[in-house]
Design a protein around this ligand. Structure first.
Ligand code: AMP
Ligand code: MG
Length: 491
């Protein structure tokens, strides 16, 4: 018989393997307590999959953990050290407002980081206050969960707790702490840090740790550090392709924001594209468009080259040979990316076999979408449901020709028409976290303490391929406004 007490155990089962790395990789530190913790949102399905008890997490002591006022059993909190290229400029960074509590060992046998974001100042805070505002933390919660539901590898959001304290941004904002779950927080920038501030042995220890944690099968390779680079490339290629296929713009692809695990990380100024345009940028500080939608694959390749550089001393004792091994591995990235993207685009068009002309078919559609400022998500959704007449392209003779070409192409495969339609349904979401919807949810929550708009949005986003009648309403594009949508970092 289970007793009431056992039922109320939160279920924390934490290990601290990162804390066993050499000390240069972190600073041990406890979160700074806050005035009055209040649970705003808890991700119950995620909690259950981590072996955590939602009821216990909602209790007073449970919520104190999410606010940083109580250290869960087995935790060994620390701020991670890392470096990174920010908009191309190399600098020392580190967790300025985050703490790793430990690694939860889940009932399925996996190990995931539990991190508090907004938990107070650290030695890496520089001029920052170590805190986070409620709006941006809820924004990360909504978008990361939407990404997960879209089938895109990502860090997850377990909870957001309000702190009962206000913080100063452009105006006074309610403070909050996000609890983030990640395969790990090892970044390209962690390796850059080791290469620049550590010894070769530190770098090797970090690489061994990453291999063991994320790529245990690659360990027996002849050159295990080359395998590490190849495996990271192998995960980034499909990840970036998936971003492109749903119109996700990360917004701040600095090397400290690229996870070795292949998960999307750091939901600062990210946003989804409405009208198709490769030059789309939302981030207020990305004035040069370095991280524009169309540049993301190239930037990912650039970041991976920085990882390769950091790993050079491990790749070969002879530097020239190390460089040539790195170059060979890096050359694979654009090829792999292109192949994932093509397969994904074919699926969006209901095509499951390959023809050499497919690229031209796809590029022609995108070109026309750009010319007519067609909404990215809704155009593919309309094609899925035979409603091409509803798109911004309707009436265009060129588009009519394209549709004929496309239908003929769909006929040139073994799969039935129905199978092709099903493939499109699975590949083209009805709903994405549209900027105006996310803003409306945040405004209701932050300005009016009304969480219903957000809860509804989260529910709709949790199954983006359901194509239900309720989702229709969430497909509307925002009214054109004089002011373009803008997003912000470090909020
Ligand atoms: P991000 O834009 O979130 O990737 O952050 C870049 C760097 O700034 C990281 O080292 C963050 O930890 C740090 N940072 C961002 N916001 C704050 C803040 N409010 N206080 C201290 N550090 C911060
Ligand atoms: Mg970051």
């Amino acid at each position: 018989m289970t007793t009431r007490r056992e039922l109320m155990e939160p279920g924390w089962n934490l290990d601290n393997s990162y804390a066993r790395l050499p000390e240069i990789f972190y600073t041990r530190l406890e979160p700074a307590p806050v005035r009055s913790p209040e649970l705003i949102v808890l991700n119950e399905p995620l909690a259950a999959s981590l072996g955590l008890n939602a009821e216990a997490l909602r209790s007073e002591s449970g919520v104190e953990v999410f606010a940083g006022n109580r250290i869960p059993e087995g935790a060994s909190p620390l701020a991670q050290a890392y470096a990174g290229h920010q908009f191309g400029h190399f600098t020392m960074l580190g967790d300025g407002r985050a703490l790793l509590l430990g690694e939860q060992l889940t009932p399925q046998g996996s190990r995931v980081d539990i991190q508090l974001k907004g938990s107070g100042r650290t030695p890496y805070s520089r001029r920052g206050d170590g805190r986070a505002a409620l709006g941006p933390m809820l924004r990360e919660y909504i978008i990361s969960e939407a990404m997960h539901a879209l089938g895109i590898p990502t860090t997850r959001s377990l909870a957001v707790a309000a702190t009962g304290e206000s913080i100063l941004r452009e105006s006074e904002q309610p403070g909050a702490v996000l609890t983030r779950v990640a395969a790990s927080h090892l970044r390209v920038g962690t390796f850059q840090y080791a290469a620049n501030w550590g010894t070769v042995e530190d770098l090797r220890t970090l690489a061994d740790y990453a291999l063991q944690r994320h790529f245990p099968d690659a360990e027996d390779g002849q050159n295990r550090y080359l395998s590490l680079l190849q495996e990271v490339i192998k995960r980034q290629a499909p990840l970036i392709a998936k971003w492109q296929l749903v119109g996700f713009i990360h917004g701040v692809m600095n090397t400290d924001n690229m996870a070795i695990s292949g998960e999307t990380i750091d939901y600062g100024p990210c946003a989804f594209m409405d009208a198709y345009d490769p030059a789309t940028v939302f981030s207020s500080i990305d004035t040069q468009g370095r991280y524009a939608y169309g540049n993301q694959p190239g930037i990912a390749g650039w970041n991976l080259a920085r990882l390769a550089e950091a790993l050079l001393p491990l790749l070969h004792e002879d530097e020239e040979q190390a460089i040539s091994l790195a170059e060979e591995a890096l050359a694979g990235f654009s090829e792999q990316y292109r192949s994932h993207w093509l397969t994904g685009m074919r699926a969006k068009l209901g095509i499951s076999n390959e023809e050499p002309e497919d690229e031209a078919l796809i590029e022609d559609l995108l070109q026309q979408m750009q010319t007519h400022q067609a909404d990215f998500t809704n155009t593919f959704r309309a094609l899925t449901f035979d409603k091409a007449g509803d798109t911004a392209l309707s009436g265009s003779p060129k588009f009519a020709q394209w549709l004929e070409r496309w239908q003929a192409r769909r006929g040139r495969q073994e799969e039935s028409k129905d199978a092709s339609h099903q493939l499109m349904r699975r590949s083209n979401p009805s709903v994405i976290p549209r900027n105006h919807r996310v803003e409306a949810a945040l405004e209701a929550a932050v300005d009016h303490g009304d969480y219903r708009v957000m809860e509804q949005l989260l529910a709709v986003l949790s199954d983006p391929f359901a194509h239900t009648a309720e989702q229709e309403d969430y497909c509307t594009v925002p009214e054109p406004s004089g002011r373009p949508y803008r997003t912000y970092c470090g909020t």
